[in-house]
Design a binder for this molecule. Structure first.
Ligand code: GLU
Length: 429
């Protein structure tokens, strides 16, 4: 294992997988395949900057609570840092660091000029009022004011955050610098320079790579049986687009429970039901109930884990029946489970490819903002589709040429491009 200077490692425990160690393992595997220079590997194994700030927040009750907010900037060799901000109780510095590294490979893989970053606060946003969330977001932004910016580091939504939080970040940043700076965030509302198509972008990217993978097997989306874990931004958009393309989405779950229908769920009706029931899909008519875990082992053609990390593990991997797994979430398959799936010949479309649609449209949003020219949704979707299909093709090609699984192929492309840029730029001083 490579030594990392900025990263505090968690004490090893068999029950707990340190996400940063897992991310480093994938990097090291790619480095071995590429015969990457040891010094370059050493550089890429370390985040360039790790920031943790205190966020004192006055709760509505008057009580003062101090939260820790992280922002990890992994690598800016190819351009500004880019990555989401996550509000979730399971956020740790290790997780944020792993996700920042993943963003570096993701951006390089799809060919957009960014480096990887990620931010996070360990809160359950459901337990905070809108006013409290606004105060938290604004204070977090002001603490990071020197570390973010349209050519420095550009946050975006991630789990637990949305366009609403991006608007607060944009406003806080703009007020502090004295003029409007829409380019400091992406995934923001349309009213302040957001892009058409951004909301659905990650789900659309998932649909595109699944469609391409099926086409390579001589199949189409029509009638394909799909199971989706998660009905948030990614899961719900992927479900709707797959449903519209003729796939049969037979099961979907959220943390509170899931629903199953042999004939396929009516996704527009399910979305409307969730909207009326505080995002819960439990009790949706004409479907039977199923748990978040049971869902992973249903017989189906395509399984899309689009919720949390480490969902397909050594324990349940032998029961997973899908032929294609498309990682809508970041890191939903553990290292061991991934090896087992690869050995069985299951097509695993890795996160850095499958869920890259979001950051691709973030890039298109940033480009539109910088050029002051805004595109219609059709153009956004077309440009995004081009980048996604190109990345998919390159991964398949790399996998064939090097005789390696898709995840390693995707990593070698991402890591290889960043490694090349680092070699060309050289080290300062
Ligand atoms: N949070 C998303 C991701 O993990 C999007 C990041 C972005 O658009 O910058 O890819």
């Amino acid at each position: 294992m490579i030594s990392t200077s900025l990263m505090p490692r968690e004490s090893p425990s068999p029950a707990h997988i340190c996400p940063f160690d897992q991310a480093c393992s994938y990097l090291e595997e790619a480095a071995r395949e590429l015969k990457l220079d040891q010094g370059i590997l050493e550089v890429l194994s370390n985040p360039r900057k790790v920031v943790t700030v205190s966020i004192p927040v006055k709760r509505d009750s008057g009580e003062v609570q101090v939260l820790a907010g992280h922002r990890v900037q992994h690598c800016d060799i190819l351009g500004p840092y880019k990555g989401g901000i996550r509000y979730h109780p399971a956020v740790t510095l290790q997780e944020v660091s792993a996700l920042a590294m993943l963003m570096t490979w993701k951006c390089a893989l799809v060919g957009i000029p960014y480096g990887g970053a990620k931010g996070g606060i360990a809160i359950d946003p459901k337990r905070y009022s809108v006013g409290e969330l606004e105060r938290i977001t604004r204070r977090y932004t002001s603490e990071l004011i020197k570390d973010i910016g349209p050519s420095v580091d550009i946050p975006a939504p991630d789990m637990g955050t949305s366009a609403r939080e991006m608007a607060w970040i944009m406003d806080t940043y703009s007020v502090n610098v004295g003029h409007a700076v829409p380019g400091v965030v992406t995934g923001k509302p349309l009213s302040i320079g957001g892009s058409l198509g951004r909301e659905m972008a990650t789900g659309r990217g998932v649909m595109i790579v699944v469609r391409e993978a099926l086409a390579d097997m001589g199949k189409s989306l029509v009638g394909t049986r799909v199971v989706i874990q998660g009905f948030g931004n990614v899961g719900s958009a992927a479900a709707l687009l797959l449903h519209q393309a003729g796939a049969k989405v037979i099961a979907i779950s959220t943390g509170t429970g899931g629903v199953f229908s042999e004939v396929g769920l009516d996704i527009p009706a399910l979305k409307a039901y969730a909207a009326e029931n505080h995002k819960s899909i439990v009790g949706f008519p004409q479907a039977t109930s199923i748990s978040h875990d049971q869902l992973l082992t249903l017989p189906c053609d395509v399984l899309i884990p689009a919720a949390l990390e480490n969902q397909i593990t050594e324990e349940n991997v032998s029961q997973v029946q899908a032929q294609i797994i498309a990682e809508g979430a970041n890191g939903p398959v553990t290292l061991e489970a991934n090896q087992a799936l690869e050995a069985r010949g299951v097509t695993v479309l890795p996160d850095i490819l499958a869920n890259a649609g979001g950051v691709v449209v973030s890039y298109l949003e940033w480009v539109q903002g910088l050029s002051y020219v805004f595109w219609d949704e059709e153009r956004v979707n077309r440009e995004m589709e081009k980048l996604m299909v190109q990345a998919y093709r390159q991964v398949i090609q790399q996998s064939k040429v090097r005789q390696i699984p898709l995840r390693l192929a995707a990593y070698t492309l991402g890591v290889g491009r960043v490694g090349q840029a680092l070699t060309d730029r050289g080290l300062y001083p």
